[in-house]
Unconditional design. Sequence first.
Length: 162
Amino acid sequence: MMRGWLGLLLLSLLVGCAVMQTQGSLDAAGRLRERASRYWDARINGDLMAAYTAHEPAFRRAVTLQTFAPSIGVSRVLAYEIVGVRIRGELGFVRVKMRVASPFALSAKQAEPNWQEMEERWVRVDGEWYRKFRFPAKDPYPPVNWDDVTVGPPTITSPPGP
């Protein structure tokens, strides 16, 4: 009889832990979806500061708001839909479908808006989700470890005096 109770207790603990882990994953996925939605709402509303602060802290330490502003590009996001979220450890992947209007090259006339789909990378820093910066086209720069970058005025050394 005692063995039966112990087995039942052990089974209850295992099921409880599995449910808690699943709920934790759902909470993390829900939070990631919420953060991604806030980023895309900021893009639609032209809120540059909110879009900038959605990016990971290491990126913001290395890139000023003024430097970031042109990276938004000339295309306007008119609508979006988050079609999927998945998490692998501290990395998150958000699949976004967006309606984009882009001007024709060398013209102020807008092209017909179209739907595009892409996958974004997000990273969890201190329990919060942040967007990883992504160039709109192929990254023209070599990989950078943003955590190793320091920001500040350049150090100027003068040649040794006579």
